[in-house]
Design a protein around this ligand. Sequence first.
Ligand code: PNW
Length: 480
Amino acid sequence: MSEETSSGDRRQRFPDGFLFGTGTSAHQVEGAWNTDGKGESIWDKIVHDRPEKVADRTNADVACDSYHLYKEDVKIIKELGFDFYRFSISWPRVLPTGEAHIVNDLGVKYYNNLIDELLKNNIQPMVTMYHWDLPQRLQDLGGWLNPMITDFFREYARLLFKLFGDRVKLWNTINEPEMIAIGYGNATMAPCIKLFGYGEYLAAHHMLIAHAKAYRVYDEEFRPTQQGRVTIALNSMYHFPKTESKEDLEAAERAMQFQLGWFADPIYGPNGDYPPAMREYIDKASKKEGRSKSVLPTFTPEEVKLIKGSFDFFAFQHYTSCQVSDDPEGKFQPWYTHKYVNISFSDCKSGKQSSHVVWLKEVPEGFRKSLKWIKDRYGNPEVIVTECGYGDWKEYDGLEDDNRINYYRTYLEEMMEAILEDGCDVRGFAAWSLLDNYEWFEGLRSTFGIVHVDYSSAERKRTPKKSAKFFQSLIARRTL
Ligand code: PNW
């Protein structure tokens, strides 16, 4: 066999033990929004009160109806051959008021059924505790701005470990804290609070502490007997510099620190603290704004100890990349608080835009570079890619979803390069999403599923797309 062939083969075969999964989240698929004692979440409330915020004015009252049809979902996951299923637990379904002293037994029963059904079919559950659907009552108490939330979350986490930890061995505490924080800054996500340049930092601060408290509860009370693994799920784009100038290179690195480093540095970094670029630029901006104190909070020494190292692996979520140039003036740009950067999606180097979802440029090499960034910055932690996927407006998506297949193929190729050439320790990959589900303020307009859901049928008929078959054969052969 020639060398070229053997390296070619090597490149295409996934490492032994590599795990393939697929994911959904509670609000996006379950429906049954007020069934069997479930409490109201902030997403239930906002789309009911302000339907004009949703692209097609739909809500998730029924969604994919997975609350009733979960057995069908499991059957499809099994048929496609996935090793694990990443789903989230709706906090208000288990604890209608958010506080742990009032448990909704029927909600607990639903998740017990789902977990048991998965295990019966040899599919490992990976559970996200919080995928954005905060109990509305906790929001009324201030949500993630109120420091009390860190204890509410710890008690919720403790209950989940106690109820499900005998069978669930992979846990994500919080899904994409950056996206949640944005809901307290520029209001593009529930709870849609406009405290731009302040609220997002405070919400993020409490999420980091809440995550760490949950992690420590596991360490102290459950790990010895349950032996599972716990982490937080962090999203990031890759930020390419616009030019090779020193300023743009620094701006691109700064933007990585501001997005991924915001949450990853305190947990995975050596100091248990926010990244240096955030400290420097936010402190500087706060001064410029005339404040006596920075809007970026500081951790106490006890909090540093709590947060630093609160992970068992790195759960990474990636979709797209962007292009960054330096902005010395730091002009106002929603999303990019205090970064002093200009960000552009449309200009991103080699990216291809086949999707109508504006932020979803296909830049597969950005995936490889992100994984390398994680390796270099955090000492090559074990990574599971917990979300990556392709969506389009539903009229352009369909059962013959070649664009989605191309996206997955090229992204997975780059992931293999990261593993084999760059030495990144990537152990798993979860396709987002199993189903065409409720896409937050996009409503049902854009679809990310590898399985089509027919919203005109009461039974929400599920039909695997071509991309589902792509995964089926990929998983069967463990080869690209
Ligand atoms: C994910 N980006 O968020 C969410 O976790 C899912 O619930 C959602 O359905 C999915 O996106 C598709 O929109 C993202 O930076 C966060 O490119 C960040 C990015 C993309 C998606």
